[in-house]
Each structure stands twice: as C-alpha cells, then as structure tokens.
Design a protein around this ligand. Structure first.
Ligand code: HEC
Ligand code: HEC
Length: 452
C-alpha cells in the first residue's frame, strides 16, 4: 500500500507539469494555424488534439462562425428534438449558467414525461470542450509497473468518466438516453429535424437529399452541434476577474489573494495540483483542471433514485455507464477532474451532486478525514461507513495521499472557516462577466443566419 501511495503523490506532481506543457503546446499550435479558422479548430479537435483559444484577446479575434455551427446552435437549443418536446441540450446546459445546470438538482429529470431522473450532475460545458484531451490510459504491463508508474494515470475524454472522444459521439448519448431526450432511434430524431423550422437551412448546408439517409442526417446534425460547441466564443469568454488579473487589468483583494495562496499551497489546500491555475506558455489562461481522473470518496447521495438500490454504485471509469475500462480495478471509482471556472455559480457539486453549496464542497475536502462522521452514513451497528459510495473492496482506490486528504480523525482540518471564506472569494474571481470581452466578436449567430 505504501508503494501505491508514494506513486500517487509523485504522479500528481509530474502530471501537473505535463498538463501545463500540453496546454502550452496546444496554444502554440493554434496561433500558428490561426486560431481564427474555426474549421481548422474543429478538424483539429476531431484529430483529437487539444486546441486552445487561450486568451480573451485571441477569442475576440475569432471570426463569426460557420453556417454549420449556426445550425448546430439551433439544434442545441431545440426542445422539439426530445421525446417530451420540452427538453433541449440547453435545458441542462443552460447558457445563462455557464452551460451548466440551471438549478440545484443533483441530477436532472428527462424522458418522455420529464420524470426520469439521471444519475449524474450536469457538468459545465464552458472552457473544456476544445481543450479536453482524448481519453488516454497506458495500460501497465505488470502490477509493479502500475504501482510505480509516474506519468500515465488515466486522463481525458468527455463526460465524468471520459467515455467519449469526440463531441459528435457525445451528443448522440443524451438524444437517446431514456433519462434525457429519450428518442427511439435515428429515424425518430431525423423526422423531428425534417419538421423543424430550420429544415430548409439544414438542406442548404448539407444538400437537398440529406434527409434520405437517416444515419447520415443524424451524423451531420451531431457534427453541426460539435462545430457550434467548438466555434462559439460564448463557450469560452475569458471575462472573469481572474482573467483580467492575469492580463494585468485587475487586482485581487487581500481576501482573494489569500484564498489563492491557500488554493495553491501544496501543504494546505493543494487544490492547484489538480485544478491547475498557472498560465501556460504564450499566455494561455488556465482552466483549473488537469483532465485527470481521481477518486475523492464523495459521499453517497440519497437524492439520487438510483441509490435506493443498495447494490447500485456509480464506479466512474468502471461503469455502469462506461463499459470498456472496468478491467483495471485500481481505477474503479475515479471521475474526471472538472474545471472550476464559474464554479461559484453552480448549485450542485461533484459527479453525484451530493453538495449544494460551494462551502460544503470545500468543507468536505478539508474535513473528510478529520471528521468522517459528518459526511458518511452509518451501518446497522451505528459505525460510520467511510467512503460509503463505493463497494468496500474498491475503497482502497480513494485518494488518501494528496493533501488535504491525508489527515486522521480528530486532527485539525487544513482550513478553518476564515480560510474557506477566502478560498470562496478567490473562486468567485473565476466567474465570467467581470469585464466585457475586450473586442466584440459581433454577434455571430444571427449574422450568419440572416446571410443567405
Ligand atoms: C437531462 C439533462 C441533459 C441533457 C438534455 C443534455 N445533457 Fe449533456 N450532460 C448531462 C450530464 C448529466 C452529463 C454528464 C454525463 C456523464 O458523465 O455520464 C453531460 C455531459 C455532457 C458533455 C461532456 C462535458 C465534459 O466536460 O466532458 C457534453 C459535451 C454535453 N453533455 C453536451 C450535450 C449536448 C450537445 C446535448 C444535446 C444533444 C446535451 N448535452 C443534452 C446532462 C444533459
Ligand atoms: C487529487 C486531485 C484533486 C485535488 C487535490 C483537488 N481536487 Fe477538486 N476535484 C477533483 C476531482 C476528481 C473532482 C470530481 C470528483 C467527483 O465528482 O467525484 C473534483 C471536484 C471539485 C469540485 C466540484 C466541481 C463541480 O463542478 O462539481 C470543487 C468545487 C473542487 N473540486 C474544488 C477543489 C478545491 C477547493 C480543492 C483544494 C482543497 C480541490 N478541489 C482539490 C480533483 C481534485
């Protein structure tokens, strides 16, 4: 066990550095290929390169987006594409909430009657979509290699469990998921597209005969959604106070600055070891994630209906939703590190939506081990079941080596109430809308739509 623990710590240090390098490389790639060329950006993402429009300045330079992306925006916002007729992508990924959930529900309700509850919290789509690396996991050849491996933890891919490598594949999932938009098959979706107010536009962009093959039409619709997600600068405005601070256009208050120090300090919060906050080379503003997977031991959430079954566990990489990575039992219970940009605007936190205030999420980090009784349920004998949201045999996978997750019951938490206040003040500087985007990219969607 000690070997495993030591390797975990080393892994984090190395990979944080690697992630920073990757971001830097991505930015160079973009500026050389002209970040303005949205088609290039989409193609590059298809080719599974992390692509970055790194700074507000670069974002503002991007051209109005393509006809395909404009169509994708209409699809993204169209509730008629769901079985209920009342749910679009934007219902869960609300543009007014950093493309995260518009409410505090642990998981949203979908299906034909909007009564089927999902099993996971809605992640934000802001910032991460064009920077998420493809799923990578170098399978170790031996147990020794796995335990001592310093630089190949699983990382990347879309969703909490990294199971999609492209946005067009990802977009198919909610369209057919019974808890979400709940369509029966491709024909079902395409019939709705043919009836849509933008059907003529769809034909103009993809050809008069596009609706003949249901599969092709569906594929193109998803490609359009992907292009919208990659091209629309609204997904990555870089207008937070923290961005202004990095550009030398704003100063952090004493409290915000203190919060940042606590967030960065490897012996205190140590948050920045996973939620990277250092700019990359070439001025790439950080996204507050390293896109790697980790098991934090977030407590079981009784608000999720799936959890009424005591045998149901969401094991992240090991399923039940993801089905191709369960062989490596060391990785069961791991979920992808989310961005913390706009996190202070959320009302629901972690993959299972267990917490509803940022303060509780932060308290959990620093008190998980010092006061487990506060967080976890009790068994029939009244004993606290630490890490109760994973089956007993997988609890060893949970991180107990990275600060602040290393303490013992009864010890002093890494942060006190004032520290938490300051970290919250710092995290609030990650909310967009502090400053307007420096140059207006001139309302791309309507322009492209009216231009015939
Ligand atoms: C009922 C709510 C709901 C609807 C509707 C919905 N999503 Fe999601 N979305 C989620 C949840 C929950 C996740 C996390 C899924 C997981 O981890 O398995 C997610 C994940 C994603 C991700 C991955 C984000 C990341 O950081 O990896 C993308 C991209 C996305 N959704 C796009 C879409 C698109 C496009 C649509 C419409 C076709 C859509 N969503 C419809 C709830 C929803
Ligand atoms: C070892 C890597 C690691 C460290 C260190 C870490 N985090 Fe996280 N963070 C994660 C992962 C992984 C998740 C998602 C876990 C899950 O949902 O099961 C997460 C989720 C979160 C969330 C919820 C975000 C959302 O959208 O739901 C917040 C808030 C957060 N972290 C803040 C912090 C703070 C503050 C610190 C420092 C005290 C910190 N993290 C330290 C990896 C880390």
């Amino acid at each position: 066990m000690t070997v495993l623990f030591a390797s975990h710590t080393a892994r984090r240090a190395v990979t944080a550095a690697l992630a920073a390098t990757a971001a830097a490389v991505a930015v160079f790639g973009v500026s050389e290929a002209h970040a303005a060329d949205a088609a290039d950006a989409a193609d590059a993402a298809d080719a599974a390169q992390p692509v970055a429009v790194a700074t507000a300045k670069q974002a503002a330079q991007s051209v109005p987006y393509s006809d395909v992306a404009a169509l994708g925006k209409l699809i993204f916002n169209d509730p008629a594409l769901s079985a209920s007729g009342r749910m679009s992508c934007a219902s869960c990924h609300s543009p007014a909430h950093a493309y995260g959930p518009p409410n505090g529900l642990a998981a949203q309700f979908g299906g034909p009657d909007l009564r089927s509850q999902g099993t996971r919290a809605v992640p934000t789509l802001a910032y991460v979509l064009n920077r998420t690396p493809v799923w990578t996991h170098v399978q170790a050849a031996s147990i020794y290699e796995r335990l001592t491996d310093a630089d190949s933890p699983p990382s990347g891919g879309f969703a909490w469990d990294g199971r999609f490598n492209t946005l067009h594949d990802q977009a198919l999932f909610p369209l057919f998921n019974a808890n979400e938009m709940a369509n029966r098959d491709a024909g079902d979706v395409v019939a709705k597209l043919e009836r849509a107010p933008y059907a003529a536009r769809f034909k103009q962009v993809f050809g008069e005969t596009i609706f003949v093959s249901k599969d092709t039409a569906l594929r193109q619709a998803m490609a359009a959604v992907e292009r919208y997600e990659l091209e629309d600068p609204g997904f990555r405005p870089y207008t937070s106070k923290f961005d202004a601070y990095l550009d030398g256009r704003a100063q952090l208050t004493a409290s915000e600055m203190r919060g940042k120090k606590l967030f960065d300090d490897p012996n205190s919060g140590n948050c920045a070891s996973c939620h990277i906050d250092q700019p990359g080379a070439n001025g790439a503003h950080p996204l507050f994630t390293d896109f790697q997977f980790e098991a934090l031991g977030v407590p079981r959430n009784p608000e999720l209906r799936a959890n009424r079954d005591p045998k149901y566990y969401d094991e992240g990489l090991c399923g039940p939703i993801r089905t191709d990575a369960a062989k490596n039992r060391l990785y069961c219970g791991l979920f992808k590190t989310p961005t913390l940009r706009n996190v202070a605007t959320r009302q629901v936190f972690f993959h299972n939506g267990r917490f509803h205030t940022l303060r509780d999420a932060l308290r959990f980090y620093v008190e998980r081990d010092t006061n487990p009784a506060k967080w976890y349920s009790k068994d029939a004998h009244g004993r606290v079941v630490k890490f109760d949201d994973l089956p007993p045999e997988l609890r060893a996978n949970i991180d107990t080596v990275d600060e602040p997750l290393t303490r013992k019951a009864g010890e002093r938490p890494a942060w006190n109430a004032r520290d938490i206040d300051d970290v919250i003040a710092f995290l609030k500087t990650l909310n967009d809308g502090y400053l307007p985007a420096p140059t207006k990219p001139s309302a791309p969607a309507p322009t492209t739509l009216t231009k015939r």
